[in-house]
Ligand binder design. Structure first.
Ligand SMILES: [Ca+2]
Length: 189
């Protein structure tokens, strides 16, 4: 029997699947914000996360979202592993701005405390949530280990596909042995 595959939807600056909005059911995809509460949650996260690399990656992601919200492409470039063809094309500035807005819209309600799973080595970092809607953040690491945003995915698991959205187990995460975990390199252009 073949193992059922979990549904994967990729949300990147390069590729935004608008239809995911209707599928997600992920809590809090509205715009309502309570900055005070967010600040408190941020503080709690800061003190309860013992993993400095996880915190560093999350900080990079938060800065990335702030740049996306501000339409600061130069800022996004400094934090990204790669830039989409759309955002590299001056003639497509409007489309690029829409991509930024969508990234912010989809990601701004995610919290560090949602990302209960973490895996990393010297080349990549993956943070992901519990299912059934698994949010996954992918980062690469530069020469000195600094996280660079690679992409974000939402993946849907049911009972039959639980645990199949992300492969971070050392025995199965890099089947072609090139040093990039296969879930990570699938996001490269
Ligand atoms: Ca690989």
């Amino acid at each position: 029997m073949t193992k059922p595959k979990a549904t994967v939807i990729t949300l990147l600056i390069p590729l935004i699947a608008i239809s995911v909005v209707f599928l997600l059911g992920y809590k809090g995809f509205g715009w309502e914000k309570d900055f005070k509460n967010k600040e408190i949650v941020g503080l709690v996260n800061f003190f309860s996360v013992p993993n400095p690399l996880k915190s560093e990656a999350w900080q990079v992601f938060e800065n990335y979202l702030a740049f996306a919200k501000a339409h600061d492409m130069a800022g996004i470039r400094t934090l990204s592993y790669q830039i989409s063809a759309t955002c590299n094309d001056p003639a497509k500035e409007r489309e690029c701005l829409t991509l930024m807005d969508n990234v912010y819209l989809f990601a701004s309600d995610l919290k560090l405390s949602d990302f209960t799973h973490f895996a990393a080595d010297e080349r990549q970092i993956v943070l992901y949530t519990d299912g059934p809607t698994v949010a996954i953040l992918f980062f690469t690491r530069d020469e000195i280990g600094t996280p660079k945003v690679l992409g974000m995915k939402f993946c849907f698991e049911d009972e039959a596909t639980a645990g199949t959205c992300v492969k971070t187990d050392p025995s199965e995460r890099d089947l072609d042995g090139d040093g990039w975990w296969d879930n990570v390199e699938s996001l490269f252009y």
